[in-house]
Write a protein that binds this ligand. Structure first.
Ligand SMILES: O=C(O)CCC(=O)C(=O)O
Ligand SMILES: [Fe+2]
Length: 406
């Protein structure tokens, strides 16, 4: 899944810490992934070490050296998409089912901003393009990305997708490179993770706009210092995130209970570890909590959530030599499909609740019935909100009820 996300009523947990009006800057290590660097044995080894070190400490770094990279063209595309194409056109043509019930797409597509929520952003979830293979057919969430068709603006539309897809494919390659370097650092073959992040990976590129808020700002979005939150504190729930923030400040990391600001750098991508990759490393890699602040004007950003295939086994571990030694043998090696994780997680978000009402029985039997939910930041937060009940268990009970009736 798109990894980030907050549970709907998430509390801004660390109120007592780091209330500086302007938190100090933090410098993220820059890792050179240019083809020249990777072709040189010493520089490649340096990149491997930098990745393992930064993932094991801050859980955040930057990468440079992408091919053919124009942040400016991407930003122009996003401005066109969010500022020039009307919200109605986006909702009609590519809105997700939660916002346009007559559309089929639930997982890919456009979602509008909710100005009365702490998380105030609109975005467009874009996947890879492939024919859905037979073994993934019928799985809700495995779907094509709906695309705009605007009569009279064919050229603009074509250009928009050309730039966007080039970026998507580039960043996907960067993700594959990082996973290869982790494999090599652990003494495994370069293609160790290839099955997991296969040609049918569920990767999601998400152009975002945080619009200038209109109406009353919800109280829970205002910090005691008066600063306003656009995306509350969260850890990304997935594997790896590659984020372009252009020239916009606003991203903050929670390190040792204090907030730090990440200075923008359009020349690099910010990379961070999500909870599932942290789990694949038995906790060695850190899924660091972060948030986005309101900067008083529209803010654009573009995360790419590097995700496995729907049926990939997410109980995979990073190479054993990289695991914390005391944890090496203590894990469950049973198959846990990625889509099962998504099925348990997504319905927590109001905008995906219809997904759980439309799961075919065969998919329930294959991907839900025999699995226990996996915890993540979002579901843990939902538990806090929900009091004693473990929301994921409630969801499972709900699925079970649905299919015992049929
Ligand atoms: O927009 C940003 O700078 C960060 C977004 C984010 O944290 C996320 O989408 O997970
Ligand atoms: Fe995030």
């Amino acid at each position: 899944m798109k990894s980030e996300e907050m549970a709907p009523h998430q509390d801004e947990g660390q109120k007592e810490h780091g209330e500086d009006a302007v938190p100090p800057n933090i410098k993220l290590e820059i890792i050179d992934l240019s083809s020249e660097a990777l072709a040189c044995a010493d520089r490649r080894e340096k990149a491997r070490q930098q990745i393992i070190n930064s993932f094991s400490t801050l859980g955040f770094c930057q990468v440079s050296g992408m091919n053919d990279y124009s942040a400016e063209a991407l930003l122009q595309g996003s401005k066109w998409f969010f500022d020039d194409v009307s919200e109605q056109t986006k909702l009609d043509q590519i809105g997700t089912k939660a916002y346009n019930p007559s559309n089929k797409n639930s997982y890919r597509g456009y979602f509008p901003a909710q100005h009365d929520r702490m998380s105030c952003k609109e975005g467009y979830d874009v996947g890879l393009q492939w024919e859905i293979p037979d073994h993934l057919k019928d799985i809700p969430l495995v779907e094509q990305t709906p695309m705009l068709h605007i009569p009279g603006q064919e050229k603009e539309v074509e250009h928009y997708y050309e730039v966007l897809f080039r970026h998507r494919d580039n960043v996907r390659g960067v993700g594959d490179t990082i996973m290869s370097l982790i494999a090599e650092a652990g003494g495994e073959r370069t293609d160790y993770f290839k099955r997991m992040f296969s040609e049918f990976a569920q990767h999601t590129l998400r152009p975002i706009r945080y619009p200038q808020r209109v109406g009353e700002v919800p109280k829970d979005a205002i910090l005691p210092s008066g600063r306003v939150i656009s995306t509350p504190a969260h850890a990304d729930s997935g594997f790896l995130t590659f984020l372009q923030t252009f020239d916009y400040p606003g991203l903050e990391l929670l390190v040792d209970d204090k907030w730090y600001a990440v200075p923008p750098n359009p020349e690099t991508l910010i990379v961070n570890v999500g909870e599932q990759l942290s789990e694949m490393s038995n906790g060695r890699f850190a899924a660091t909590v972060h948030r986005v602040m309101d900067i008083g004007k529209s803010r654009f950003s573009m995360p790419f959530f590097y995700e496995p295939g729907a049926d990939a086994d997410i109980n995979t571990k990073i190479p054993a030599s990289l695991l914390p030694p005391e944890t090496e043998d203590k894990f469950d090696r049973s198959y846990y499909p990625y889509v099962t994780f998504l099925f348990f997680k997504l319905p927590i978000y109001a905008e995906y609740s219809h997904v759980s009402d439309n799961i075919p029985e065969s998919i329930y039997k294959k991907y839900i019935e025999n699995y226990e939910p996996k915890e993540c930041w979002a579901t843990k937060t939902a538990i806090q909100v929900d009091g004693a009940t473990f929301m994921q268990r409630k969801l499972k009970a709900k699925y079970r009820e649905t299919f015992s009736k049929s």
